[in-house]
Every structure is written in C-alpha cells, then in structure tokens.
Design a protein around this ligand. Structure first.
Ligand code: 4AZ
Length: 297
C-alpha cells in the first residue's frame, strides 16, 4: 500500500521551487499484533478497487501450486470488484459441503454477507473460477478486533462445495519435528513492489514449538494456547504473508491430509525468529461442530 504526496513549495523569499517528495511506504505484507485500519484485509481489497490499484503484493519462498493438490483452498473476494487479482483479500479451507473455515480478522469491516464471495475452482486468480454466494458468516465469539486470539471464523456457502479437508482433532503433542504445507495467493516478497503472483503458492513450513516461538525474541506472551508457529525459525524465508490469512496449513499423514492451522498473523513475513502464527484448528473441533449444527465434525 503506497501513499504518495508531492508538495511543491517556495521557501521564504527565494524563487527556487523545491519539490518535496514524500513517499510513505506502508508495506501491505507487514502486520502488527494490533490490527490497524490498514490491516483489515477486506478494506485493503476495497481500497485497491476504489483507487484502481493493482494487487502488486502477493506465500514467501513458495512454488506454484495446483488446485488439484489443494482442493480445499478457496479465496475470499470482495463482491464489488469482478477482478479477482484485486478482489482477493483472504484464503479459506473447505471443511464441509457448505462450510469454509477462515480467520476471524478476514471478516473485519465486511458489512454483510453480500459484500463477499467465495472463489472456487481455480488456482489462478485471473482465470475463470466460480464466485459463490455467502449466506452467513460467524467469527468466533471470543475473538476481539484488537487481537489475534480465537482468530477463527466460519463462512457458509449457499452452494455445495467440493474438496473438503479433514480437521485434525488430535492434540499438538505430535507436531514436534513435523512439516506442514501452507498455501495461498498472498504476498511473495517483502518489498514495496514485488512481482504480482496470481498463481496459488504453497510452501512447506516446519513446526516451531512454544519454547522458541513464545520466547522473548520471538512473540513472548503474544503466543496463546490457541496458536502455533511454523516456518524456518533460524533462517526465515518460508512463510505465509498478507492475503494468505484465513488459508490452510495442512499435515500429510499416512491416514490422509489434515487441516491443522489457519494462517493468522506474524511480525513481517519470512523473517528469522519470526515464524508465521497459525490458529490451532484442533482446539476448535467442538466449536466447529456446534456452529455447523454437526454438519462438520
Ligand atoms: C497478514 O497480514 C499476515 N508471516 C498473515 C501472515 C503473516 C503475516 C501477516 C505471517 O495477514
């Protein structure tokens, strides 16, 4: 996101014209633990539309991914803007015939169900795909707008969805030394103008335990028991980023592939000692079951 102000002025008595060019970069790929207005994914999408901006910031260190390998991946798009490359503001995962799991903060500023659509059937934002109508959404009741705890939400599609991924309902006790895969159409680099990626990206991220991720040099007490971290703790480089929020982190096991995490937050993207922070899906199995009237369990 870029604000550009050009202020020509003439200082006292001299005829020289000084052009003061103030370029304020506020990289959209950066997030803070507190959600500022500019960190509202839906608003960013609407702004891009209003100001005719291209979505030039899009997982760090990832590779092009095929929908066939991530059939549960959907995008949330702003209904007003028919251009998906601008309208995409968050990811989500199909967890039932009518249900998408996403991050609660993805719904910040969304005025009503009609304002958003679920983009399905494409791994490329500029290809056709289908936009499905949302008839209901529900952020977790314990989530507060100024934080990231309980950053989980359900979105109900009026049409049937395919590609359902199974929820991981076990504990995180087995996560140590495991690698997950995170996917999305989010920012691929931490630069003001990274090349636009309209292709779905995916990247393996290693689980990072609370001993490291909850240490003072990382996130300290900002890391709650509803969250876990993943990335490359020592080196950085592989991470989720802005516009990946709400998207899936999955765990491939012998018995199948499970949804373990929802992209939620982090300090920057791909930085060493600042791995991505995910909502621990297993903590919410009962909540999901209740909210979906047992359609998902
Ligand atoms: C965001 O702003 C965001 N590096 C999502 C994930 C991460 C950082 C920021 C993790 O939506």
């Amino acid at each position: 996101m870029r604000a550009k102000h050009i202020n020509p002025f003439v200082p006292g008595g001299r005829s020289a014209t000084i052009l003061l060019v103030v370029m304020t970069f506020r990289p959209a790929i950066f997030s803070t633990p507190q959600i500022a207005t500019t960190d509202i994914p839906y608003k960013r999408a609407v702004d891009r539309h209003l100001h005719g901006l291209s979505s030039n910031t899009r997982i760090s260190g990832g590779h092009d991914a095929k929908l066939a390998d991530h059939p549960w991946q959907v995008a949330l798009v702003a209904a007003d803007d028919s251009d998906n490359t601008r309208a995409e503001f968050c990811g989500g995962a199909v967890i039932g015939e009518h249900w998408v799991l996403t991050a609660a903060h993805c719904l910040l500023g969304v005025p009503n169900q009609a304002a958003i659509k679920i983009l399905v059937g494409t791994d490329t934002l500029d290809a056709a795909g289908r936009r499905l109508t949302v008839d209901y959404f529900k952020p977790h009741e314990n989530w507060v707008k100024t934080g990231h705890d309980f950053d989980i939400a359900l979105v109900h599609s009026s049409e049937v969805l395919t590609g359902t991924v199974a929820l991981w309902k076990g504990t995180d006790a087995q996560f140590e030394n495991q690698t997950f895969v995170v996917s999305g159409w989010g920012a691929i680099a931490w630069k003001p103008d990274p090349p636009r990626s309209i292709k779905l990206q995916a990247v393996p991220v290693k689980f990072v335990g609370k001993d490291l991720c909850g240490s003072p040099v990382s996130y300290g007490s900002r890391l709650t028991d509803n969250m876990f971290c993943a990335g490359d703790y020592k080196n950085g480089g592989v991470d989720a980023c802005t516009y990946d929020s709400g998207g899936p982190a999955t765990w491939s096991r012998q018995a199948g592939i499970y949804l373990v995490g929802i992209v939620s937050w982090g300090d920057g993207c791909g930085e060493a000692k600042k791995p991505g922070v995910y909502i621990k899906v297993s903590n919410f199995a009962q909540w999901i079951k209740t909210q979906t009237h047992q359609e998902v369990f």
